[in-house]
Design a protein around this ligand. Sequence first.
Ligand code: NAI
Length: 344
Amino acid sequence: MKIAFFDAKPYDKPSFDRIGAENGVEFKYYETKLNRDTVELASGYDGVCVFVNDTVDAAVIDRLCELGVRVVALRCAGFNNVDMKYAYGKIHVLRVPAYSPYAVAEHAIAMLLTSIRRIHKAYIRTRDFNFSLAGMTGFDLYGKTVGVIGTGRIGRVFIDICRGFGMRVLAYDKFRAEGLDNGDTVRYVPLEELFENSDIISLHCPLTEETYHIIDRDVIDKCKKGVVIINTSRGALVDAEALLAGIKSRKIGAACLDVYEEESDFFFEDFSGHILEDDILARLISMPNVIVTSHQAFLTEEALANIAETTVKNIVGFFETAQCPNELCYRCGAAEDCKSGRCF
Ligand code: NAI
């Protein structure tokens, strides 16, 4: 099985090479992202392996089919970059539903603690032998209320950690997880109530038409003054312009962003010698109470190994047995995991 691997990074190769070789899967690594301009590179391959910022739209799907490519193996959980409706009946789409919910949840907490205890400031200050504490006052997490939108794998790990800190949790999900609401420290509430009462809001739902800009200007108006927004899920869950306005007006106390609406133009690349063209991103980064990481929440050794293992298993399963439990299917309902294993 020969697979064209797009948006390849040095940290991807060791585990994919090792696990691929053990299972008869050969990867050709391309640094470029998959899109209409680069799709020809998939010629001669059985499948493509893509990540969060590759574009698998109608034009790319059509060309992949013409080239005889049969499978799109996502090496991530989110699939908002794939036109699932268009893909149905044309090309098979596999994904890695979970690789380490701990990696993402722990990163969200790392950003939260860094932000509210000003660790990012302290690190720079003490390196310059400046031991002053002026402007370093933070606040306790104990006793605070955290709103968690999306109580799937990552959201639930995040909630567990928050409970360890002695925080109260207000949760919202379109589909509630059984046994999570204890009627006391963890409660499912309507979104309005979550927005109005949370000191911290963390997003752990997928990006869909419904969740696009789930945090917008109106929502920010409803939030508590000083609210901390954490987004480790997908950039477009937050209206970045509204977020910036909220920071400037002091309504938002801090923002911790591992994802950004227009990240595909910048994230994962080195722009240190360039002038950043995106004014909103540049302004957000310039704020003392905004922390931006470059979609790195998933990046742990454990997660990378799990991603490679599941992706290779998906590919081998698909080609050898025509069955893959991680196939995504539009027909099974709004692009949920395919219940039958194979829908067309
Ligand atoms: P999951 O599928 O286990 O959980 C997602 C939850 O969101 C589910 O409980 C689902 O019912 C809920 N949901 C769906 N639509 C909703 C809506 N309209 N409103 C509220 N909740 C809704 O997914 P998991 O593994 O917890 O991942 C969550 C998200 O994290 C992914 O969609 C992905 O975008 C993001 N992610 C980010 C990574 C990073 O490196 N920053 C790495 C992995 C995932």
